[in-house]
Design a protein around this ligand. Structure first.
Ligand code: 5GP
Ligand code: ZN
Length: 115
């Protein structure tokens, strides 16, 4: 179910435009508006959950099941030499959008902008 004030729910519902990387029944993946590195992507569940603490196992399973597929799509498109996955939960841990998301951060070398 979508959450009326959530920007990521609005992205899923196409009320806010995004650069789609992958979509299926359960998940949506799109380029982060602020590209820390080239191809920086977020993958989110279509159901609104605040963060990992509030995520039912079936939602987590459906989300993580698709992470390798999205990671490989990014790898093919951008040819990074590595990739970091990142998930921030709660403000002190730098969560700024309160709809669960996994960052996929392609890496291009030591001075690629992500440290
Ligand atoms: P967090 O800091 O919560 O882990 O990550 C939230 C991410 O969402 C940030 O990297 C930020 O750039 C991205 N973001 C915030 N608003 C939008 C938006 O409207 N569109 C897209 N594509 N990304 C967004
Ligand atoms: Zn949401």
């Amino acid at each position: 179910m979508s959450h009326e004030d959530c920007i990521f729910c609005k992205i899923i519902n196409q009320e806010i435009p995004s650069a789609k990387v992958y979509e299926d029944e359960h998940v949506y993946a799109f380029l982060d508006i602020s590209q820390v590195t080239k191809g920086h992507t977020l993958i989110i569940p279509k159901v609104h959950v605040k963060n990992i603490y509030e995520t039912p196992s079936d939602v987590a399973a459906a989300l993580f099941e698709k992470v390798p597929k999205v990671a490989n799509a990014i790898k093919s498109a951008y040819e990074p030499i590595g990739m970091n996955l990142l998930n921030n939960n709660e403000k002190p841990a730098d969560q700024s959008v309160f709809h669960l998301h996994i960052h996929l951060l392609p890496r291009y070398g030591k001075n690629d902008g992500f440290s």
